[in-house]
Write a protein that binds this ligand. Structure first.
Ligand code: PLP
Length: 360
């Protein structure tokens, strides 16, 4: 069989994960332009993509660096030739630190920390192989996940990194994950600015102690607008804005939904139809998906291999195909092994999703 590239999407069987590249272009160009205008860097979170073909596509459109949630994602990026990588997470334990140190020998690798013992072990791992790891101290600006308290607590860690051979102190991360989906914009903005004040205050404190702070990074798709405009921030780190989902689209309508699952109607009765994609193809951890372009239809339930949709449209037939937009793009990418890049109804790229199903 020849390559399907250039052929219409309807030659594909279902369910099939699709990425509309015109929508990706529009989302990316919007954010790149805003970041350029505001003088901050855009680092794209690869946990939303997990697909190096798509990451390379973004790199060719102007993205310089990527964020990874886990080491395996960082390794996938470096293996694909994308060599400016920041693991925005704690990397802990001898086995992972050895992988981190080895990766730092092949690429520009940064990681974040919030623990003195972890820093000491990271330094030893880097020295062992002669690499240098860039390190950011994570500051908890309200998410209550990882990170040290804003202010004084970050300083001893910054000093320790600064004086540890094999490590290079790069700066600070403060991620406001608890705010991303807040529907009330005024509340989201107000809380975001409060957190940024704490983060940039911590930057000032470290600089006052004589340690240069090169990078202060944070924000996501829900808060990009305020984080990128805040004096003292140097970088934003969103991921979902690239392909989006219906939950994020409700709070950030400026980004279009590029990700969908093409599915076939396999059963039909008055008032409902059933599609051949369920919870094994569409993540429902952030809510119920929608059927693209059919606001009058309601997805009632996802079972493992079926989506049951309420619809009064009598013209729907078994064999019809629709596209489902999931409520959580990152978790949906993690369910699939490959995706298809489409443009104006034609297949443009076939990409493996190398980091899907990996948690290490
Ligand atoms: C550390 C970190 N930075 C940034 C993000 C932003 O991602 P998104 O734009 O998909 O909300 C996340 C999301 O989980 C994250 O964990």
């Amino acid at each position: 069989m020849g390559t399907p590239v250039g052929q219409p999407v309807h030659i594909l069987d279902s369910p099939q994960l699709l990425i509309d590249l015109d929508v990706v272009d529009a989302n990316l160009n919007r954010l790149l332009a805003a970041c350029r205008q505001r003088g901050v860097d855009l680092r794209v979170h690869f946990k939303s993509l997990k697909c190096t073909g798509l990451a390379r596509y973004l790199a060719s459109a102007g993205v310089k660096g990527f964020l990874a949630a886990k080491l395996n994602e960082a390794e996938a990026l470096v293996n694909a030739g994308l060599t400016d990588v920041y693991i925005a997470n704690q990397v802990v334990g001898a086995m992972k630190l050895a992988r981190l140190a080895a990766l730092a020998g092949r690429a520009s690798v940064r990681v974040c920390v919030d623990d003195a013992e972890n820093i000491a072990q990271m330094g030893q791992a880097a020295q062992k192989v002669g690499s240098t790891i860039g390190v950011l101290v994570e500051v908890d600006i309200g998410m209550n996940r990882c990170g040290v308290a804003p202010g004084e607590s970050a300083l001893p860690l910054a000093r320790q990194i600064h004086s540890t051979p094999g490590l290079r102190f790069v700066g600070l991360q403060g991620y406001d994950g608890h705010l991303q989906m807040l529907p009330n914009v005024a509340e989201r903005r107000g809380k975001c600015l409060e957190g940024l004040e704490q983060l940039v205050g911590t930057r000032r404190l470290i600089e006052k102690a004589g340690i240069p702070v090169e990078v202060v990074t944070g924000g996501g798709t829900g808060t990009w607008e305020w984080v990128s405009a805040f004096p003292g921030m140097t970088e934003i780190q969103p991921g979902s804005f690239v392909i989006m989902d219906c939950a994020y689209h409700a709070v950030r309508p400026e980004f279009g939904c590029a990700l969908s699952i093409r599915a076939t109607v396999v059963s039909k009765r008055p008032g409902q139809y059933v599609l051949d994609a369920g919870s094994k193809a569409i993540s429902r951890d952030f809510g119920t998906p929608v059927v693209k372009g059919r606001p009058q239809d309601t997805v009632l339930k996802l079972s493992e291999e079926h989506a049951r949709v309420e619809s009064n449209d009598e013209s729907v037939r078994v064999g019809d195909t629709f596209e489902i937009i999931p409520a959580h793009c990152c978790a949906t990418m993690n369910l699939h092994r490959s995706c298809v890049g489409v443009r104006k109804g034609k297949i443009e790229a076939l990409w493996p999703i190398e980091a899907s199903g990996r948690y290490d």
